[in-house]
Design a protein around this ligand. Structure first.
Ligand SMILES: [Zn+2]
Length: 270
């Protein structure tokens, strides 16, 4: 009995540090005094609704579950411009670190850009939210995730992929697939997003949405070990996965190329 009691105490001590860390709600800046107050007044009501819906969508599509809250502070801010070189002028994520080593991030909405044009704002918002969620899930150490993983999941999660791939193909109709499909790794340019996305579409189409959700969770749990997570959830080693995703992507590109080719022939006939 005494032994059992001390065993229980040891177990309790072991479990204690594993207790869930405190999660927090995202917040939104409520004040704005710049020149785009009409857009601000519209967005201050729309963003909370959009955030709720996007968080549900991303939990279903990617297994990024934030219903219970965020690990690091996450605030939506309204700004009047965007720094040079950001991915989307409409919205972008910034992450900062305090002197105690803890992280915080903001999803900044650029009202100057929104005021001019915002027809795809919901998708840009979702794309940037995926980046923020990956940052949060990795405890700020999201640089350990390769760019193709960050961007592929963001494009996939935001539902931008099919339209984006079709647009690339329509713009460069006569080039072969290798123009877009040049390997997931290596330097990242504007034309790499389609291949990054298609790697996630491959996992979805070949293995199903549950495997895709499990893969994301496993990559996070394994702190960025993508090959290990792939073997565990999709039963493919890293080289098999790269080959299969590449073949799948090349097929998708040629399918879209044929479609866009037949459309331009039709156009010529009229
Ligand atoms: Zn991105």
């Amino acid at each position: 009995m005494k032994q059992l009691k001390s065993l229980l105490i040891i177990l309790a001590l072991l479990v204690a540090p594993l207790k869930a860390e405190t999660l927090q709600e995202w917040t939104m800046e409520e004040n704005y005094s710049g020149p785009y107050s009409n857009s601000f007044n519209k967005l201050r009501y729309e963003v909370p609704i959009l955030m709720r819906q996007t968080m549900i969508d991303l939990s279903v599509r990617c297994g990024l579950d934030f219903q219970e809250g965020w690990r690091m502070p996450m605030i939506v801010r309204f700004v009047d411009g965007s720094p040079m070189g950001v991915e989307n002028v409409l919205a972008y994520v910034q992450m900062g670190r305090y002197s105690d080593g803890s992280y915080a991030q903001s999803l900044n909405i650029n009202l100057a850009a929104y005021d001019k044009e915002h027809f795809n704002f919901d998708k840009v918002f979702a794309h940037e939210l995926v980046h923020a969620m990956l940052n949060d899930s990795m405890g700020g150490e999201s640089n350990s995730l390769p760019t193709w993983f960050h961007e592929g999941l963001a494009v996939y999660g935001a539902g931008q992929g099919d339209q984006m791939t079709a647009a690339y193909v329509a713009r460069y109709p006569t080039v072969n697939a290798s123009y877009f499909i040049n390997g997931l790794e290596g330097p990242h340019g504007a034309l790499d997003y389609a291949e990054d996305y298609l790697a996630f579409k491959y996992i979805h189409d070949r293995h199903g949405v549950t495997s895709l959700q499990n893969l994301i969770k496993e990559v996070i749990k394994r702190k960025g070990d993508i090959p290990g997570a792939l073997e565990y959830t999709c039963f493919e080693n890293w080289d098999e996965f790269k080959d299969n995703a590449r073949k799948f992507s090349e097929d998708e590109i040629s399918r879209l190329d044929r479609q866009s080719g037949s459309r331009s022939n039709e156009n010529k006939a009229y």
